[in-house]
Ligand binder design. Structure first.
Ligand code: ATP
Ligand code: MG
Ligand code: MG
Ligand code: MG
Length: 439
C-alpha cells in the first residue's frame, strides 16, 4: 500500500474522550471511528488487524476439528422463548419489531439457533460428535459501553458449539477447545491465562475464562507464575491424543489461576510466595460446558447405539475477536504507539524515504516496494513528500514491526537502515541483505 493513495487518517492530538491507552491509540492511528455509542466503523488499518486475528482464530478452530458455518445476526424471538431466555436475558438484548409486528432480536450469542439448526439435521448418534462455529457480529446493549472496541455494543465474536453423546465426550470437546484457545492466543503473541470461572446464567459446572494481563483490565487476577513459561505450541500435543488432552486439562486445573470472582484464598496461600502473580486482566475468551440445558429445551435428541433416544451434551466457546484488537494493544505498546506482534500486524514492513523530494530515494524505494510486494511481503510505503521524522513517527504510531529507512547518504553507499519497532534497534545494511532478511 502506498500511503499517498491510502485512507489512513492519523490524529495529531491524543483524543480526550478515550480513557485507556488502547482506545486512544486506536483512534490516533486510525483503526476505528465510533459511529454511535459503542458502535464502530473499522477503517482500513483496523480492518487488516481484525482480519488477521479472525484468520488465526479460524485456522486454530479448523485444526481442532471445529467446522465453520455462518448464522445471521438477526434471530426470531420465538427461538429464545423456547429456551426461556427471551425474558431472562434482560435489557442487554436489543429487541426489534419488523413491519409485520414480529419480534426479532440482534443476537447476543447463538446457543438457541445452533441447537435448533443442528437438531433439524441430526437423528443418529453416528452424526456425533460435532463442533460447529461461526465468526459473526453480536449486539449487547451494554449499560456502559466503554474503552472503545473492548466493551462495544456491536462486536465480533467467534462462537463454537460442541455436541456430544455424553458428558465424557463433551469434556473431551472442551479440552480440545481449551488447547485451541491456548494456541490461538500464543500465535497472536499475547499471554492469555485460562482461569477457572463461574458458569453464571448459561448453566453447567465447567468453565474457564482466558485473560490477557494488562493493568487496565476490568478483572483482578491471581495466578501461578508457571503460566509465564508454558509453551502450548508443543508438537507432541495433538487433537487425537485423548490422554494428552486430559493431561493438559489437569495441568491447567492444577496450576492456580483465578479472577476475583473465583479466587480461593486457601489454595492461594499454599503457593510459594515467589510464584504468586497478581494483577489485572481482560477477558478475551470464555469456554463453557453446560450439559443438556439447550439440547433439552430446543428439542435436540438422537437415537443412541441401542435405539433409545439420547439428549446430547453441549458446550460453547467464545472468543472476543474485536475486543482482542484493543487487548493486544493494551498488552503491547510504548510511548510512541502500538507495537504489533508480527502475526497480527497490519503490514509486516514500513518503507520510508527520509527525503520524499529526492529522486534517487524515490527510485530505490519504489524498486524495493515492488520487489517485496512481488515476494508476498505486506509493505506500507510512505511515498509522500513529508518530513522524514513525521513519517517515522507515523510508522511507530501504527506499530509496523520492521521499518526500512532510505536516505540519500546511505543510498549513495548502497545501504539502507532496518529498524525493529519493538527494540528500536537500527542496522545499516545493504539493499540486498535487507531484501534477503525481509523475504
Ligand atoms: P464481559 O464479562 O466482558 O462482559 P462476557 O462474559 O459477558 O464478557 P461472554 O458471554 O463470555 O462475554 O462472550 C464471549 C467473549 O465475547 C468474551 O470473552 C469477550 O471477549 C467478548 N465480549 C463480550 N462482551 C463484549 C463486548 N461488549 N464488547 C466486545 N467484546 C465482548
Ligand atoms: Mg458481559
Ligand atoms: Mg465475563
Ligand atoms: Mg464471559
Amino acid at each position: 500500500m502506498r500511503l499517498s493513495q491510502a485512507f489512513l487518517p492519523v490524529l495529531k492530538e491524543s483524543p480526550s474522550d478515550a480513557q485507556i491507552v488502547s482506545h486512544k491509540l486506536m483512534l490516533r492511528a486510525g483503526l476505528v471511528r465510533q459511529t454511535a455509542a459503542g458502535i464502530y466503523a473499522w477503517l482500513p488499518l483496523g480492518l487488516r488487524v481484525l482480519n488477521k486475528i479472525e484468520q488465526i482464530v479460524r485456522e486454530e478452530q479448523d485444526k481442532a476439528g471445529a467446522i465453520e458455518l455462518l448464522m445471521p445476526t438477526l434471530q426470531s424471538a420465538d427461538l429464545w422463548r423456547q429456551s426461556g431466555r427471551y425474558d431472562a436475558y434482560g435489557p442487554e438484548m436489543l429487541r426489534i419489531r419488523d413491519r409485520h409486528d414480529r419480534e426479532i432480536l440482534y443476537g447476543p450469542t447463538n446457543e438457541e439457533m445452533i441447537t435448533a439448526l443442528f437438531a433439524a439435521e441430526t437423528t443418529s448418534y453416528r452424526q456425533l460428535p460435532r463442533t460447529l462455529y461461526h465468526i459473526q457480529w453480536k449486539f449487547r446493549d451494554e449499560v456502559r459501553p466503554r474503552f472503545g472496541v473492548m466493551r462495544g455494543r456491536e462486536f465480533l465474536m467467534k462462537d463454537a458449539y460442541s455436541f456430544d453423546l455424553d458428558e465424557a465426550g463433551a469434556r473431551l470437546s472442551y479440552y480440545k477447545q481449551m488447547l485451541a484457545y491456548l494456541r490461538t492466543f500464543q500465535r497472536m503473541g499475547i499471554q492469555a491465562v485460562p482461569m477457572r470461572a463461574a458458569n453464571g446464567p448459561i448453566g453447567g459446572d465447567l468453565s474457564h475464562e482466558f485473560i490477557v494481563l494488562a493493568p487496565t483490565g476490568e478483572s483482578e487476577v491471581f495466578y501461578d507464575s508457571a503460566y509465564d513459561s508454558f509453551d502450548w505450541s508443543q508438537a507432541e500435543l495433538n487433537y487425537a491424543d485423548e490422554a494428552g488432552l486430559k493431561g493438559l486439562f489437569d495441568r491447567v486445573n492444577n496450576t492456580y489461576a483465578a479472577t476475583d470472582e473465583t479466587h480461593d484464598e486457601e489454595a492461594w496461600a499454599k503457593l510459594p510466595e515467589a510464584s504468586r502473580r497478581t494483577g489485572r486482566g481482560i477477558e478475551v475468551g470464555h469456554i463453557f460446558y453446560f450439559g443438556t440445558k439447550y439440547s433439552e429445551s430446543m428439542g435436540l435428541k438422537v437415537s443412541g447405539p441401542d435405539g433409545t433416544n439420547v439428549v446430547p451434551h453441549m458446550g460453547s466457546y467464545g472468543v472476543g475477536v474485536s475486543r482482542l484488537v484493543g487487548a493486544i494493544i493494551e498488552a503491547s505498546h510504548d510511548d510512541n504507539g502500538i507495537v504489533w506482534p508480527e502475526a497480527v500486524a497490519p503490514w509486516a514492513v514500513g518503507l520510508v524515504t527520509m527525503r520524499g523530494d529526492d529522486a534517487a530515494s524515490q527510485q530505490a524505494a519504489g524498486d524495493l516496494y515492488d520487489q517485496l510486494t512481488a515476494a508476498g511481503v505486506e509493505v506500507l510505503y510512505d511515498d509522500r513528500d513529508e518530513r522524514g521524522g513525521a513519517k517515522l513517527a507515523g510508522m511507530d504510531l501504527m506499530g509496523i514491526p520492521k521499518q526500512l529507512i532510505l536516505g540519500p547518504r546511505g543510498l549513495a553507499a548502497g545501504t539502507v537502515e532496518l529498524k525493529d519497532r519493538r527494540t528500536g534497534e537500527k542496522e545499516e545494511i545493504s539493499i540486498e541483505s535487507a531484501l534477503a532478511r525481509l523475504t
